[in-house]
Design a protein around this ligand. Structure first.
Ligand SMILES: Cc1cc2nc3c(=O)[nH]c(=O)nc-3n(C[C@H](O)[C@H](O)[C@H](O)COP(=O)(O)OP(=O)(O)OC[C@H]3O[C@@H](n4cnc5c(N)ncnc54)[C@H](O)[C@@H]3O)c2cc1C
Length: 473
């Protein structure tokens, strides 16, 4: 430490103000820990708010409105040719969508008493961070949470220094609507932004290195999206690589393996993101990196340094905001000494229904067994399932029409006992019923609303029973 340095002492310093960082800081503050957040951009929200989830969803909304207007022609409503003005669109995205959420986050930080320091931070040792920028200072902490996120990857063969080649951040600015656009990468970022530009009027060609869109996602779930993209895009090349790009007469010529060279007005490179770990002074701490350059953590987000936790994209896949937020809470609770939550190693299993098939959506369908990709796949017997659903609908409709007694219970039609021998309130003719609560049939399994529970639809496991048992969590 240099004499004259401004020194701030806190319980917890959070480095990075993205969804991971601010969730961690807010939870620390709620748990009574004095907390500061340091962000290089002096802003809360990180990649998610400024160059990720939020602006991309705003533009997808624009694309959806354009699509709806087009489809309305089918039933005779014609809004005419859409005229797109980019300046108002950018202004709406920046001020009405992103700006509003940013102001909301700033006021939450203020309300919770979390101070935000603007400037790039780097560890001096395991107990202090030096912050540069407009407010240079040293922050001394008992614990720090590293949440510096990720940035887009640009492979060297595609980085030719032309402003026609964009990463996701540049593409979200919508500099113009190119006539011909190449999207390199069929992950969710390439697909989202490809759809946006296609809806705005570009002829989009997508090239993906693997044999399918959204690598790693269950194929049954990808299918409907793939069909939609086939309609929307000019071409989709799977299992192909863009091996080189070169400037050519106000455009970019792309060499796509197995295809003749093609010319595009703009190229979006969306081939992945890498963790921000450089210039953080991690070598001055005991935190270690994995082989792929992520910060190594355990299930409680602890690094190899007892004073240092790490969360979010900087710790690896899946790089998603909701994972970062969950990890932020895990780290905060551990630091506060609470019985620790654990980060979910993979998203909670869910059953998705896809054309009569049941798949357990733990995101690992493409991965082999033993690598966290255990998947239980079953198939619904469609006839049985439809009958069950129809019966449930009928029963529900019947119940809705059934009169209620004065206790609010459904009364069998005709006032007397129903088919199962359950007695209703007998009408004494004075409108007060019998005054006796009707007994329940002992054999009936009842829902709180009085309806009978339908048997669950049967699932036929495709995996042999013993294996299926082993695959369950
Ligand atoms: C186009 C796009 C669409 C996306 N859509 C979705 C989606 O729909 N759903 C979803 O869940 N996720 C989505 N994501 C991913 C999501 O944005 C990230 O997973 C999430 O932002 C990660 O949060 P984080 O807190 O780990 O890091 P980040 O959000 O990257 O924040 C890191 C912060 O740390 C700061 N920082 C970095 N280095 C320093 C330093 N040395 N000192 C101080 N501050 C520093 C940065 O300025 C930044 O503010 C999308 C991403 C992109 C690019």
């Amino acid at each position: 430490m240099v004499m004259g340095d401004l020194v701030t002492e806190v319980d917890v310093a959070v480095l990075g103000g993205g969804p991971g960082g601010y969730s961690a800081a807010f939870r620390c503050a709620e748990l009574g820990l004095e907390t500061v957040m340091i962000d290089a951009g002096h802003r809360l929200g990180g990649a998610c708010l400024y160059e990720g989830c939020i602006p991309s969803k705003a533009l997808l909304h624009v694309a959806a409105v354009l699509g709806e207007a087009e489809r309305a022609k089918e039933f005779g409503v014609d809004f005419g040719e859409a005229r797109i003005s980019l300046d108002p669109m950018r202004k709406w995205k920046a001020e009405r969508v992103v700006g509003k959420l940013a102001r909301g986050l700033a006021s939450v930080a203020k309300a919770k008493g979390v101070a935000v320091i603007g400037g790039r931070g780097a560890f001096e040792d395991s107990r202090s961070i030096r912050v540069g920028g407009d407010e240079p200072q040293v922050v001394r902490f008992k614990h720090a949470i590293l949440a510096t996120g990720s940035v887009p990857v640009m492979p060297p063969e595609l980085a030719i220094g032309s402003d026609r080649i964009m990463d996701s951040t540049a593409a979200l600015e919508v500099p113009d609507i190119p006539e011909r656009m190449l999207v390199v990468g069929g992950g969710y970022i390439g697909l989202e932004l490809g759809q946006v530009y296609a809806a705005l009027g570009s002829r989009v060609t997508l090239v993906e290195l693997t044999e399918g869109l959204l690598p790693g996602v269950d194929r049954d779930l990808v299918q409907p999206l793939a069909r939609r993209c086939e309609k929307l895009f000019a071409a989709i090349h799977l299992g192909r690589k863009v091996s080189a790009l070169k400037p050519s007469a106000g455009a970019i010529e792309a060499a796509i393996e197995g295809e003749a060279p093609q010319t595009f007005d703009r190229v979006l490179v969306a081939v992945g993101r890498r963790a921000v770990t450089e210039s953080l002074g991690l070598e001055a701490t005991r935190a270690a990196l994995t082989e792929r350059g992520f910060v190594a953590i355990d299930e409680r987000c602890r690094t190899g340094d007892p004073h240092l936790y790490a969360i979010g994209d900087v710790t690896g896949e899946p790089m998603l905001a909701h994972r970062a937020m969950r990890q932020g809470k895990v780290a905060a609770e551990c630091i506060a000494g609470r019985p620790c939550l654990r980060q979910r190693r993979r998203p909670r299993s869910r059953l998705h229904r896809s054309r009569g098939r049941l798949v357990r959506g733990d995101g690992g369908a493409g991965r082999p067994r033993g690598q966290g990709g255990e998947v239980f796949v079953g198939r619904l017997r469609p006839r049985r399932h439809h009958r069950t659903e129809r019966r449930a609908d009928q029963a529900d409709r019947g119940r809705r029409l059934q009169p209620r007694d004065r206790c609010g219970h459904r009364r069998p039609r005709g006032g007397g006992a129903d088919r199962r021998g359950r007695a209703g309130h007998r009408d004494r003719g004075d409108g007060r019923g019998s005054g006796r609560h009707h007994p329940r049939a002992p054999d009936a399994v009842r829902k709180p609303d009085g309806g009978r529970r339908e048997p669950p639809p049967s699932i036929v496991p495709l995996t042999p029973p013993n294996e299926a048992e082993a695959c369950r969590e």
